[in-house]
Design a protein. Structure first.
Length: 237
C-alpha cells in the first residue's frame, strides 16, 4: 500500500502532449470507415525483454486513406540509462557508440506521441511495444497513451484460421506468425529485420494486405476490423 502511494506521489502531472492525446479519443467511433481513419504502424527496439530493459529505437510510418505515407515517418535512436552492450545488440546491431549521442526517451517520447496524433497504433504483437511505451509514459508523461491499437498478429491468426477451415475443414494451429516469414509467404515488399522503422514498414504492408483479404474484402469499418480479429469461436457466438 505504501509503495503504491509512493509511486503515485512521484508520478508527474499529465504532460500537455498527453492531454491532447486523450482529447483525440474522448469520443472514439468504431463505426468510422477505414478510409477515414489514420494509422501509425510502429516498432521499438529494446535492450531486452525484461522489466528493467529499455527502448533504444522507435520507428513509425503513417497510413492515411489506407495508403502508406512514405514521406511521414518517425525514426529515432534513444539513449538508454545503461549503455553497456548486451545480447540484444547481436540482434538489432545497435551499438553503445551509436546511442551515446542520441536523445533520451524523455525527449523522444513526447515527439512520438505528437507524431501519432489521432491515429490508431499498429504493431505486430503490439502488446509488447505498448507495454514498454506505456511504462515509460507513466514515468515521463504522467499517464498512458489513449490511442486504440490494432495487432497484426491477431489479424494474421484470424485470416489463417478462416482460410484453413475454408480449404481443409479444420484449422492447423502450427502455422508461423513470424513477421519475416509472413512477408515471404504473402509476397509483400521486404525490409531489413530488427530495425524499428523497417519493421514498422513491414507491419504497415502486412496490415493493408490483411485488411483487404479478411472477410473476402468486405471489411469497411473499424468495428468490422476488430470483429474480424477475434478468434473464430467468438465471432460465431
Amino acid at each position: 500500500m505504501f509503495a503504491f502511494l509512493h509511486t503515485l506521489l512521484q508520478r508527474p502531472e499529465l504532460h500537455p502532449v498527453l492531454l491532447e492525446n486523450r482529447r483525440y479519443f474522448a469520443e472514439f467511433d468504431q463505426g468510422r470507415p477505414l478510409t477515414d481513419c489514420r494509422f501509425v504502424a510502429f516498432d521499438t527496439e529494446l535492450t531486452g525483454l525484461g522489466r528493467r530493459d529499455e527502448i533504444i529505437s522507435i520507428g513509425a510510418v503513417k497510413i492515411s486513406k489506407m495508403q502508406i505515407e512514405m514521406d511521414h515517418v518517425f525514426n529515432q535512436l534513444v539513449r538508454p540509462a545503461n549503455l553497456s552492450p548486451n545480447q540484444a545488440t547481436f540482434i538489432h546491431h545497435i551499438t553503445p557508440e551509436q546511442l551515446r549521442e542520441a536523445p533520451t526517451l524523455e525527449e523522444v517520447l513526447p515527439q512520438f506521441v505528437e507524431f501519432c496524433g489521432d491515429a490508431l497504433l499498429l504493431g505486430h504483437f503490439v502488446e509488447i511495444d505498448m507495454g514498454y511505451l506505456n511504462r515509460a509514459a507513466r514515468k515521463i508523461l504522467g499517464g498512458t497513451l489513449a490511442n486504440p491499437t490494432v495487432d497484426t498478429l491477431r489479424l494474421v491468426k484470424a485470416y489463417k484460421e478462416t482460410s484453413y477451415i475454408c480449404d481443409y475443414g479444420y484449422c492447423d494451429q502450427s502455422f508461423s506468425c513470424n513477421l519475416d516469414e509472413l512477408i515471404t509467404e504473402f509476397n509483400l515488399p521486404r525490409f531489413k529485420p530488427h530495425d524499428a522503422l523497417e519493421d514498422a514498414l513491414q507491419c504497415a504492408y502486412l496490415f493493408l494486405f490483411l485488411a483487404k483479404k479478411l472477410n473476402n474484402g468486405e471489411i469497411k469499418t473499424l468495428r468490422q476490423l476488430y470483429q474480424a480479429g477475434q478468434p473464430l469461436l467468438l465471432r460465431q457466438n
